[in-house]
Design a protein around this ligand. Sequence first.
Ligand SMILES: *Cc1c(COP(=O)(O)O)cnc(C)c1O
Length: 489
Amino acid sequence: MTPDEVLDRLHELQSADLPTHGGRTLAYVYDSGIAEADEVGRRALELFASSNALDPTAFPSLLQMENDLVGFAGGLLDAPDGFAGSVTSGGTESILLAVQAARDSRPDVERPRMVLPSTAHAAFQKAAHYFRVEPVVVDVDPRTFRADPAAMAAAVDERTVLVVASAPSYAHGVVDPVTEVAAAAAAAGARCHVDACIGGWVLPYLQRSGAEVPAWTFAVDGVTSISVDLHKYAYTPKGVSLLLHRTAELRRPQFFACADWPGYTMLNSTTQSTKSGGPLAAAWAVVNAIGDDGYERLAGEVADGLRELVAGVAEQAHVAPVAVPDSTLLALAADDTCDVFTISDEMLSRGWFVQPQMAFRDLPPTLHLTLSAATAPLVPEFLVALEEAVTAAVEAGPVRVAPELAQAAASLDPATLDEAAFAGLLQLAGLAGDDGRLALPERLAPVNALLNLAPPALREALLVAVLDRLSRPTPQEPQGPTAQAPPAG
Ligand SMILES: *Cc1c(COP(=O)(O)O)cnc(C)c1O
C-alpha cells in the first residue's frame, strides 16, 4: 500500500469506532474541547514515539518530563516533602503496582490480603489475580454507595497489607470516607491506597472553586499512595497515569532490577521495560498547554454541566441518579417500566454513547455518564435525547429474558462448562451467527439483560468466550509465487 492508501484504510477502519471527540461519548474518552491542546499533544506524541524510557540516562528528556508531571501532581494531591511517584501506562498499571509494592513491602505476611469496598475498580481484582493477594470485599453502604468504614475496619487483620478507597468510585461517582478508611489501615500497619484515577485531576480544581468534597488526598493521615490518570481528566492522549507514594521508601518495592543475565542490567520503575516516550511527552505537552488555570476553568464548566444535567434528569420520569455525585460522574437507574440497557441502545441510535453497568450484589443496574468539558455545552441536547430514549424504552417495556435462558444463566456453573456448552449458550444468547462465528447484534439490550441475570463468574466466562471468538487472526490471501519472489536486482 502507498502511504495514502494506508491512511485512507486507517480512516475507513476508524469510522466504525465511537467518536473520541465532540462530547457525545460519555465513557472511555475525555475531550477538553480545546483543539490547540489536542494538537500539541499529538505533535509531542509523534516527536517522542520512538524514544525509550527503558534507560533514563540515555533519554534524560523523559526523566525530566516524568519528574515535572509528578511534581505538578504532588501539588494537586497535597503530597508532603519527600514524596515520590512514577508515570505508568494507565490506571490499571498504577493500581497493579500499588498492590505489588504493598505485597512486597511485607515479606513476613505469608498469605497477604487487601480490603476493598465493593465499588473498588476491577483493576484491584486483576491485581489480586496477578499477584495472589486475597481480596476481602466489603459491601458499601447501600444508601450512599460509599465505603462503610466500620465494616472495612472490622475486615482488616494482621494479614492485611493494603486497604483501598476511591475518590471517586468509577461506577457511582462518590468519594469514600477516606479519613476513616486510612485510619483503620494505619492502625493495623497496612498501606492505604486512594484510587483517584478518574477524580484526581478534577476534584482538586472543584475544591478550589468551593465544592465541598470530603478529604481524600495525602492531607489525610494514613494515605500511603494515590493513583491519578492523566488520560482521563488531564485530557491527554491515552497511555498515561501517575502513581504517587507518600515517601520514596514506600515506592522502593515497586522498582525492579535484574543483573542476573548477560545483557544490560534491567532497571525498571514500572511494569514495562521498553516504554514509549510518546504518551509521557504528550501528557507533558497537554498539561503545560492547558495549565493550572485552564484545568480550573474546565472543571468549573464540567461541574456546571453536571448540575444542569442532574436538574434536568430530576424533571424526567423513569430515571434518577442513584447517588448525589461528588465529582463529574453520574450513575442513573431506571424504574421498572423500562431498563437501562434499552435506554443505552436508544441513546446510541441518537448519537450518544452511555455505558450500561450491570446489577451487582444489592446495587441496581445503571447507566454510567462521564462528563467531559466538551459535553458540558451539549447537556440540553443530551437531556432531549435522554427523554426520547426513555420514552422509547418505556414503550418497548423492560427486556424479557426467555425463562429457560434466565434459568440457565442463574444456574450454570462456569467452572464445569466446556467449549461446546459455551457455543450453545452463545447461540441461545443470540450471539452466534449462521456460520458458527460470533455475530454481535445491532441492539445489545437483550444480551445485556441476560448478562445482568448471570452471576459474575458466569458473566465473566461468557464474555471471555466472546472475546476469544472475536480476537482471531485475519485470514490471509494465499500468497502466489510472485508475491514470494525476491525483488529483482
Ligand atoms: C479508569 C479507572 C481505573 C482504571 O484505569 P485504566 O486507565 O482504564 O487502566 C481505575 N480506577 C478508576 C476509579 C478508574 O476510573
